[in-house]
Design a binder for this molecule. Sequence first.
Ligand code: CU1
Length: 525
Amino acid sequence: MEATVSGHAAAHGQRPSGLRRWLTTTNHKDIGTMYLWFSFTMFIVGGIMALLIRAELFEPGIQFLEPERYNQIVTLHGLIMVFGAIMPAFVGFANWMIPLQIGASDMAFGRLNNWSFWLLIPASLLLVTSLVVPGGAAGVGWTLYPPLSIQMGMGMDMTIFAVHILGISSILGSINIITTILNLRAPGMTLMKMPMFVWTWLITAFLIIAVMPVFAGAVTMLLTDRHFGTSFFSAAGGGDPVLYQHVFWFFGHPEVYIVILPGFGIISQVVPAFSRKPLFGYTSMVYATASIAILSFFVWGHHMFTSGMPVAGQLFYMYATMLIAVPTGVKVFNWIATMWRGALSFETPMLFALGFIFLFTMGGFSGLVLAMTPVDVQLHNTYYVVAHFHYTMVAGALFSAFAAVYYWLPKWTGHMYNERLGKTHFWLTMFFFNMTFFVQHFLGLAGMPRRVPDYALQFADFNMISSIGAFGLGLSQLLFLYVVITCIKGGPKAAAKPWDGAEGLEWEVPSPAPYHTWETQPQVK
Ligand code: CU1
């Protein structure tokens, strides 16, 4: 392998090495790897912020974070985890796996792909360094609601700029993914034969292109309200802060599906592989994914039940939101039906997939609870909401990302990871995740507000449990890092089909020459 690659490159004498290789690469595997390491770095940065939050909440009273600083950390934790950790992780998987799964030689636009990745670096630096500018970061929550976001200092401008750059990055990445899937499939790879991961990403990419510009528009209007004398959202000038909420959540609700649909695709491939059966209900999976994506445009008002809304609107958004449980239920049913009478085995990817199905379903149910308008009015801005979306984003997006890493590591590195340590990582993560977030349901039901660094004495016990759980959850991820690094550096050689031949069910087509894009840029004569 090594000999082939270097011989190939030497023949053309073009392949740069060292830093220049990574700066200029157009190879989908290189770029996928960079996305994944970037994502893990941001996961650590956002995770440290989560631990600062949980340390502050370990006991009542202000420990070491003043309310302003606390809200800045809360905001950055949210923005970094959504845009810096989860989305880049899925784009990394897309880069690595979509060309392999559809038999394409690479992504459609190599240089655009490179640029999409490198845009992430200035964006994340803007977010993190906003902590140290005068006034600090934007302490408004990741939703950046006015009027507060109009009054914030320059940290808010850095956040707006970061959102613009992140938006460009993910839109370009999506254009690349859609073009690759629609134009570069191998002969015979019809749309309805594509692996589910490819399908879910195709649909996700359309969602990103539809809503990221809406978010960019919302923050641009904030920017002009702040500096150029407009009053879109400023009541003093005749504007309306609630308009911002509408525009933001028209982006924000589809966004929550952007961070989960590729995870659905991963689970839809891991479960069949470890059940040694084809996916149950493939066609219904495709249509369920598309239905979820379409419905996601009609439910944004469920975030605004307390902002003042006619009863007709409340009813519409409540029922529309509950409707999404139908295609989601189809998916969960299909995953379970896939396992039914299968030859199951429980290696780490399967454990994370099962953990996903169980915990994500719980997150779905608490979502249904919140969808009910009268209940939401009670639970709005409480820790119940925090518990709900961490069940969808940590046990959903993060667990599916772990399933994907363990599932595909042998393919990426040529080595098997340490199965015993992988399983240990799963059980530690499973235990501490629930210790951290399950008790937050109780805190929310009892009325503890989110985004406040202090709380009444009655909430002390559950907060202490949650904080201890969070530190356990954080430390457990060091084990993940260790397992991945030891797998990259060595370990037993992986078989061509490491999961007992089960990959045959995935329609994976071997990739042609690994570094071909260095040489095959079309020559204009
Ligand atoms: Cu929503």
